[in-house]
Design a protein around this ligand. Structure first.
Ligand SMILES: Cc1cc2nc3c(=O)[nH]c(=O)nc-3n(C[C@H](O)[C@H](O)[C@H](O)COP(=O)(O)O)c2cc1C
Length: 347
């Protein structure tokens, strides 16, 4: 157990946003002292020419302003995704805007892309000495009429720092954003973003989608991703659905639901996306992962990489090591030589 694990119960006593800010501050302070043990080689993969020591990453939204990517990598994550970053700084929605649903192991958030903006994030990333794999997740300012302008600005300013870039068209808290997942809108958006990528060796481009898409929407996204040669798809963002099972009073808050109740639906959507794309794209599975069993289920459904966020808030950073340990055991038990061999076996 680390000091950060011991600090976790303190964060539980304050409201969810202050707990989050406290965790970022603690990570910033602890960063120089963090060292994670080397990962079991069974977890290692090379994707898009990048070496991932393990398939477990921190999802977007935890480190929105790129304050602690290296501390997160030092905690044991195999890759870190920062953002969503908007071109201009914006405050997001008014507080309170994050709610813990303790009995449900879930969170509802309606941050609405609070972002320090591209210049602040670019300055931070420019100071970073490149070590582990870094994803940069791009959003749009609330007031921007043509969304593509904002993603183009993001790519121009930040692609040079990124091992992969994500176009996030699935946050439920920015009006009109999710409509960008429609076939024609997505196709036009991806074309403009690709044209703005740096010449030479541009970083892989992924889109991140909502778990609330219909089967038809999902097929459209798959078609666009394949036709435009995207590097991958992240499945999924938070959901607007409110499963009957939710117990906590905060279930009726407006916003996107994440955590345990999202595990089943987001994994089924991932499985469908794997079938639709026939293993041609790298899929990142995210939504409700809180154990090695959950991570393994995402991998078997088609995820080459897995991310989490909400479970970290409930369990603390000790969870990262536990998930990796249990994943190694599951892979060995089932006779796999590498995590790659397990990807999509149950698609
Ligand atoms: C408080 C909070 C803020 C988030 N902010 C972002 C964001 O800025 N961009 C994004 O793409 N996803 C964001 N997400 C979604 C997560 O990246 C992830 O897709 C989702 O929470 C499901 O994973 P989980 O159940 O492990 O949390 C956010 C999630 C939470 C809980």
């Amino acid at each position: 157990m680390s000091l950060l694990d011991l600090a976790l119960p303190l964060f539980r006593c304050v409201d969810a946003e202050r707990a989050h800010l406290g965790a970022i501050r603690a990570l910033r302070l602890a960063a120089p002292f963090l060292r994670s043990a080397a990962d079991d080689p069974i977890l290692a993969q090379t994707l898009w020419g990048r070496a991932f020591p393990n398939p477990l990453g921190i999802a977007a939204g935890f480190d929105k302003h790129a304050e602690v990517p290296d501390a997160l990598l030092a905690l044991g994550f195999g890759f870190a995704e920062i953002g969503s970053v908007t071109p201009r700084p914006q405050p997001g929605n008014s507080r309170p805007r994050v709610f813990r649903l303790d009995a449900d192991r879930a969170v509802i958030n309606r941050y609405g892309f609070n972002s320090e903006g591209i210049p602040a994030v670019a300055a931070r990333l420019a100071r970073r000495q490149r070590r582990g794999v870094l994803g940069v997740n791009l959003g749009k300012n609330k007031e921007t009429a043509d969304a593509a302008d904002d993603y183009v600005a993001g790519v121009k300013a930040l692609a040079g720092f990124a091992d992969y870039v994500v176009v996030n068209v699935s946050s439920p808290n920015t009006p009109g954003l999710r409509a960008l997942q429609d076939r024609a809108a997505l196709d036009g958006l991806v074309a403009r973003v690709q044209a703005a990528m740096p010449a030479g060796a541009p970083p892989p481009l992924l889109v991140k989608i909502a778990p609330d898409l219909t089967a038809e929407d999902l097929a459209d996204v798959a078609d666009v991703a394949l036709a435009r040669g995207l590097a991958g798809v992240i499945v999924s963002n938070t959901t607007l659905a409110r499963p009957e099972s939710l117990q906590s009073a905060a279930r009726s808050e407006t916003g996107g639901l994440s955590g345990a109740p999202l595990m089943g639906p987001s994994t089924e959507m991932l499985r469908r996306m794997r079938r639709l794309t026939a293993g041609k794209l790298v899929l990142i599975g995210v939504g409700g992962v809180s154990s090695g069993t959950d991570a393994y289920a995402k991998i078997r459904a088609g995820a080459s990489l897995v991310q989490l966020y909400t479970a970290l808030a409930f369990e603390g950073p000790g969870l990262i090591g536990r998930i990796k340990r249990d994943l190694v055991a599951a892979l060995r038990r089932d006779g796999f030589k590498s995590v790659t061999d397990a990807v999509g076996v149950e698609a």
